[in-house]
Design a protein. Structure first.
Length: 135
């Protein structure tokens, strides 16, 4: 059920030998992500439950889900980029059907992220699901 963009990330993770390389790749994904306009970084777009500052702004075009996101932490920006790959372009009605835990599990993130980062990642997924449901 994953998008081709997410499949590309999963394939890259399979190729990388250890977590340090994967961690660097997550950071690079975040650096490569288009920055969010600071004017959108407001309380209404802020994701609660994250140790870092995180903002997610939905973009629905032609019935397909997308979003802009940003964070003040590089690793979290990378996690946002991974979620962007997982959800962007998916029909809005199918967002809730994506098993984010299983898909992200393929990357081995949960075993290497701190408890706070894992909680923040779950908060971001929940926010995305709520935004899609409200669209």
């Amino acid at each position: 059920m994953a998008t081709p963009a997410f499949e590309d990330i999963a394939e890259t993770f399979d190729f990388l030998d250890d977590w340090e390389e994967r961690y660097r790749h997550v950071i690079e994904l975040g650096k490569a992500m288009e920055p969010m306009d600071p004017s959108l970084q407001v309380p209404a777009t802020k994701v609660e439950g994250c140790a870092s500052q995180v903002w997610i702004m939905p973009r629905i075009e032609a019935g397909r889900f997308g979003f802009q996101g940003d964070s003040d932490a590089l690793i979290v920006r990378g996690l946002i980029a991974i979620l962007h790959a997982l959800y962007s372009g998916v029909p809005v009605g199918e967002v809730a059907a994506i098993d984010a835990s299983a898909e992200l599990g393929r990357l081995g993130l949960e075993e290497h992220l701190s408890a706070q980062r894992s909680n923040g990642l779950r908060a971001m997924v929940e926010r995305i699901r709520l935004l899609a449901a409200a669209a």
